[in-house]
Design a binder for this molecule. Structure first.
Ligand code: FAD
Length: 286
């Protein structure tokens, strides 16, 4: 289908982009990779009359380490994340998730900022960013503010960004040496959206699990931290029976939906199985 008519600007700087958003108010939308917004506009589920294309704003495409953080520019593509040597070494949870998003076209156009701002409960990055305690830097008419991941994802397709704010950067604390992560995604066909997926980051020091963070995709109206799993595993040795018992708690506090892909019970089962597999994979050989 053809989208409803809209006007379009291509600002070159963030302040110009914010000024356009302020000028056009509720009618305006930011356009990044366009791989979520344009399909919604074609279906006329979204009908903004003004698009602010941030694709040519400079300095929003980068992955770098600074001051104990990895900083990722909002326009960095899924492809660039998938193949980043820095992320492969420091945050393989993100390269693993990026490699499982859609198909190569989607990964070449889609951006991490767009994926976060879109806040799709079945999107792959939100659960990862929640598990990694990411911080979101947003620029608006009153300057810049920082939003913690636990406050960023509010509900289905709803982040805590104001309509006139632009997500500029995502910062992730660099995990300490020995911390390992992975993203396990279950879908019926390759390249599909997740039915359920699990983002896990664990550190075993000596014979003790000293860090454990688990995020779930597809288990509610927003990504969820599996705090039951984290509590059950923290301080344990990471033996098989402990991993299994902890993974059982992946259903605590979740509210999975019924849809054509699966029932709530099926999703609960998947969350437990995927959590167990993810924990086994990243604690192996300790
Ligand atoms: C065929 C297909 C398959 C897909 N499969 C998957 C999948 O398996 N897993 C997955 O996670 N995703 C999947 N996606 C979605 C894809 O990852 C999108 O690219 C992503 O969700 C949105 O990023 P974008 O840059 O394209 O954002 P856009 O579509 O440009 O924007 C999305 C929303 O975010 C807002 N926005 C974008 N950037 C910013 C910013 N910097 N600041 C403030 N607001 C902003 C826009 O206003 C809009 O509301 C798929 C998409 C397609 C078309």
């Amino acid at each position: 289908m053809i989208p409803a008519a809209f006007d379009y600007v291509v600002p070159r700087t963030l302040p110009e982009a914010v000024a356009e958003l302020v000028k056009h108010g509720q009618e305006a939308k930011v356009l990044a990779g366009g791989h979520s917004l344009i399909p919604l506009m074609k279906l006329r589920l979204s009908t903004p009359s003004f698009l602010v294309d941030i694709g040519r704003v400079g300095n929003l495409t980068y992955i770098r380490e600074e001051d104990g953080h990895v900083a990722i520019g909002a326009l960095t593509s899924h492809h660039d994340i998938e193949f980043s040597e820095l992320l492969k070494n420091k945050l393989p949870l993100l390269t693993s998730a990026a490699s499982q998003i859609g198909d190569p076209q989607v990964r070449n156009r889609g951006t991490i900022g767009g994926a976060a701002a879109h806040a799709d409960p079945f999107g792959d990055f939100p659960a990862c960013l929640l598990a990694l305690d990411a911080e979101f830097k947003a620029v608006g008419p009153r300057g810049e503010r920082s939003i913690a991941a636990r406050d960023f994802f509010v509900d289905t397709f709803t982040s805590s960004l104001e309509p006139n704010e632009i997500l500029r950067e995502i910062r992730i604390p660099t995990p300490p040496p020995g911390s390992r992560g992975t993203y396990l995604k279950f879908s019926r066909r390759s390249q599909d959206w997740a039915i359920v997926a699990v983002a896990a980051q664990v550190r075993v020091t000596g014979h003790e699990v000293t860090q454990v963070a688990v995020g779930l995709t597809g288990m509610g109206s927003r990504p969820i931290r599996a705090s039951g799993v984290e509590q059950a595993l923290r301080g344990k040795a990471g033996h098989d029976d402990e991993l299994r018992a902890a993974a059982e708690r992946a259903v605590d506090g979740t509210d999975p939906q019924q849809d054509l892909n699966g029932s709530p019970d099926y999703r609960r089962h998947l969350a437990q199985v995927l959590t167990r597999r993810a924990l086994e994979q990243i604690t192996a050989h300790h």
